[in-house]
Every structure is written in structure tokens, then in C-alpha cells.
Design a protein around this ligand. Structure first.
Ligand code: RFL
Ligand code: PHB
Length: 391
């Protein structure tokens, strides 16, 4: 039987960053991941990092490549009603900016660091199960190559995403779930073409939302809002580029360089929170505990703030023999999460076309966007949330 201090379920950004923060403090961890390392490393997802996230990556010694290759963005564009408006982030958020650096790169850097430190990871672990986290001696079991393995531990960190086993292991009566499912998804395309603009552009158009993002000056990431019923196979590259350009202001549409897609997928949009985030010796962190629609670019950043709070609590537990940090974890994390939920819901509501909106609702959306262009207070509210609330 293996033994560790903290068993981490899931090798996404939450699990990897938690492992790095604990490892730096001399706390032993084992990461148990259902998928292969190559699969996890290749998953195309987030692209925008808050300063809190970059600070944590630097603190664990994973900031070097990000510093060179990450793109610092001082603003983004909003396009609506035939108008274009720029949000100046530092001017409205106390000098703060965001960094465009892909989740694939964050994952790669954290995985390389973990391997270099010799900290244990198990990939392709089947039938992962959590045991006895309500008591003093929890454990995790998994199967690999036909053999069942057991990891005895002090704590379990459930960092296994929305579909993971950790939250599902908690009895229904012990958790409260809050959820909103949106009546659309995002069709995303990654392509090795230069981005249409040097900053991100979020567009509200009668045909639906569109987003111009990027991974580098030679790799673009674009999204268009689609009905949940759409199938990705029904979207040819040509159809995607046509639809994207229709939803953008002429200047941006003309600057879009079409190219073959490297990746194309549809993500449903959902808001979700599980309360609390601690069940005895099990802690949930990241997407395992909450989901935000991607509009506010908050998912990966919330995973980072969660594991910041959790690592602080666990470091205090082992270093100072005090449980005040682990006891406070759920409350501290949820207080920041709900504000990011509110912001992501607001960005989603303001920028998408909802199939069931009446003419009054449509005017409310237009007034909201118009107000943003005229009010420094409204712009500051958007900017301080976009760069990330402090922690
Ligand atoms: P992850 O990344 O889902 O990792 C969970 C890991 O757990 C594994 N797992 C299991 N392991 C063991 N046993 C089991 N039973 C398991 N079940 C699952 C999984 O294989 C996986 O490796 O969760 P984590 O670490 O909490 O990280 C969360 C982020 O990945 C997520 O919030 C972001 O990607 C969300 N997101 C964005 N976030 C941002 O901050 N900025 C963005 O710009 C942004 N854009 C996005 C996004 C998510 C998107 N999609 C596809 C949902 C754009 C999109 C389109
Ligand atoms: C992305 O580049 O994937 C991205 C950027 C901003 C968002 C969501 C996704 O709000």
C-alpha cells in the first residue's frame, strides 16, 4: 500500500497547481488521473490568466516560459449595435492587466515541473474510488493494468473536474447544488493563422455572440454561439469562418484570416456551484466544485484561487498544527467563487442572444452595453472583475 499526505484526484490545472504549492512547502502528494498524460496535456481550453494565477505559477517556479511567451493584454474590445468600444483594463482596474497563455501551456509547464521534482503521478488510473473521508483515515483506490492499488492519506483533494468521482462520492443530503444551464453553446475553432486583432473582441450580434481570441500572434482561437442541438460535424471550416465574419464589425471581419482548423468543438454553457467544498477530509477544488460559462474567462482562474486557499490551509495544518485554515477553506473559496459566478453570468447575459428574449429584454441588453460606453463606474466594475477580484 502506498502512503501520502494529500491524495490529489485529477491532473488538470487545479490538481497540478495544488501539487506544486504543497510540494514547495515539503508536503507529499500523489496525483491520480483517469486519462493519459498526452490526453490531458492536449486538451484545448482556457486562454486568459488573471494576475493572481500568473503570480501563483511564478511562485511555484513555473513562470519562466509564460513570462517569455505569454501576451500581456491591457484591454479588450466590445462590438455591438454596429459600434466598437475598447475596455482599457489598467485605466479602470488599478493598473492591472491579464495574460494570454493557453491552458495547454500552463498544464505542460506544471507537468514538466512535477516530473522534474520527482513527485508521484499515476495516469490512466481506472475505477478511482474515495474511501472513509468522513473519518480519520481516508484512502483512494484505483485499478491499473488489472491490479487494484490503495493510497492511504491524511486528506483527499477532489480536483477531478465537473464529471469527476469526488463530488459524486458525497451523499446528496450533504451537499447543495446551484445550477443554470444556458440555451446555447460555444463552437470553438483553433487555427494557425494570425489573430484578427491584437486584443480579444467580444461581439454581441443579432445572429449571436462571437469571440476573437488567440494563443499567440500566429495562432487564433475563435468562438461563435450555437444552439445546444448543433453537432460539430455539421460545421465545416468554411461555414465557421463565414458565420464568424458575419457577426463581427467590418474592420475585424476583414482582418480574419481563415485557415484549416486544428481543433473544433462545441462546449455547452453552464453555471454551477456545489456547497460546501469540504466534507470531512475531502476538499473539492476547481471545476469539481463549480462551473462558470467561459464568457468571463474565469474557470481556470477560479481553480487557481481555490487551490491557493486550500494549500494555505493544508500548509498551516502541517506546519503550525492549526486547522483554522482548512476549516475556513470552503467559506473563503465560495465567497470569491460566487462573485465570479455573478460576473460570468452577467457577461453571458449581456453578450449572447437568448432564444426566448422579448423586445423589452432586448432593449435592456442594449441599454446595459450603451451604459458601459458612457460610465466610468460601469467600466470599472467590468474591468476589476475581468482582471480578477483580489485574493
Ligand atoms: P479539469 O481541467 O477538468 O481537470 C480535471 C481532471 O480530472 C480528471 N478526472 C479524473 N481523474 C481521476 N479519476 C476520475 N474519476 C476523474 N474524472 C476526471 C480529468 O481527466 C482531468 O484531467 O478541471 P480543473 O483542474 O478544475 O481546471 C478547470 C479548468 O480546466 C476550466 O475551468 C477552464 O478550462 C474553463 N475555461 C476557461 N477558464 C479560464 O479561466 N479562462 C478561459 O479563457 C477559459 N476558457 C474554458 C474556456 C473552458 C472551456 N471548455 C471547453 C469547457 C473555454 C472553453 C471552451
Ligand atoms: C479563449 O481564448 O479560449 C477564451 C478567451 C476568453 C474567454 C473565453 C475563452 O472569455
Amino acid at each position: 500500500m502506498m502512503r501520502t499526505q494529500v491524495a490529489i484526484i485529477g491532473s488538470g490545472p487545479a490538481g497540478l497547481l495544488l501539487g506544486a504549492l504543497l510540494g514547495k512547502a515539503g508536503i507529499d502528494t500523489v496525483i491520480v488521473e483517469a486519462r493519459s498524460q498526452a490526453y490531458v496535456a492536449a486538451r484545448i481550453r482556457a486562454g486568459v490568466l488573471e494576475e493572481g494565477t500568473t503570480r501563483l505559477l511564478q511562485a511555484v517556479g513555473c513562470g519562466a516560459r509564460m513570462k517569455v511567451e505569454g501576451l500581456v493584454h491591457e484591454g479588450f474590445g466590445l462590438a455591438f449595435a454596429g459600434r466598437q468600444h475598447r475596455i482599457d483594463l489598467p485605466a479602470h482596474a488599478g493598473g492591472r492587466t491579464v495574460t494570454v497563455y493557453g491552458q495547454t501551456e500552463v498544464t505542460r509547464d506544471l507537468m514538466a515541473h512535477r516530473a522534474a521534482q520527482g513527485w508521484a503521478s499515476v495516469y490512466e488510473a481506472a475505477n478511482v474510488a474515495l474511501h472513509d473521508f468522513g473519518g480519520e483515515a481516508p484512502s483512494v483506490t484505483y485499478e491499473k493494468d488489472g491490479v487494484t492499488h490503495t493510497i492511504a492519506c491524511d486528506f483527499i483533494a477532489g480536483c477531478d473536474g465537473y464529471h469527476g468521482v469526488s463530488r459524486a462520492s458525497v451523499p446528496d443530503a450533504a451537499k447543495a447544488l446551484y445550477e443554470r444551464v444556458y440555451p446555447f453553446g460555444w463552437l470553438g475553432v483553433l487555427a494557425d493563422v494570425p489573430p484578427a486583432d491584437h486584443e480579444l473582441v467580444y461581439a454581441n450580434h443579432p445572429r449571436g455572440f462571437a469571440l476573437c481570441s488567440m494563443r499567440s500572434m500566429t495562432r487564433s482561437r475563435y468562438y461563435v454561439q450555437v444552439p445546444t442541438s448543433d453537432k460539430v460535424d455539421a460545421w465545416s471550416d468554411d461555414a465557421f469562418w463565414d458565420e464568424l465574419r458575419r457577426r463581427l464589425p467590418e474592420r475585424i471581419a476583414d482582418a480574419v484570416t481563415p485557415g484549416p482548423s486544428i481543433e473544433k468543438s462545441i462546449a455547452p454553457l453552464r453555471s454551477f456551484v456545489c456547497e460546501p467544498m469540504r466534507f470531512g477530509r475531502l476538499f473539492l477544488a476547481g471545476d469539481a466544485a463549480h462551473i462558470v460559462p467561459p464568457t468571463g474567462a474565469k474557470g481556470l482562474n477560479l481553480a487557481a484561487s481555490d487551490v491557493h486557499y486550500l494549500s494555505q490551509g493544508l500548509i498551516e495544518h502541517y506546519g503550525e498544527r492549526s486547522d483554522s485554515g482548512v476549516d475556513a477553506y470552503s467559506g473563503r473559496a465560495l465567497s470569491r467563487i460566487w462573485k465570479a459566478e455573478r460576473f460570468s453570468w452577467w457577461m453571458t447575459s449581456t453578450l449572447h442572444r437568448f432564444p426566448d428574449t422579448d423586445s423589452f429584454g432586448q432593449r435592456m441588453q442594449e441599454a446595459e452595453l450603451d451604459y458601459l460606453t458612457q460610465s466610468a463606474a460601469a467600466t470599472s466594475s467590468l474591468a476589476e472583475n475581468y482582471v480578477g477580484l483580489p485574493y
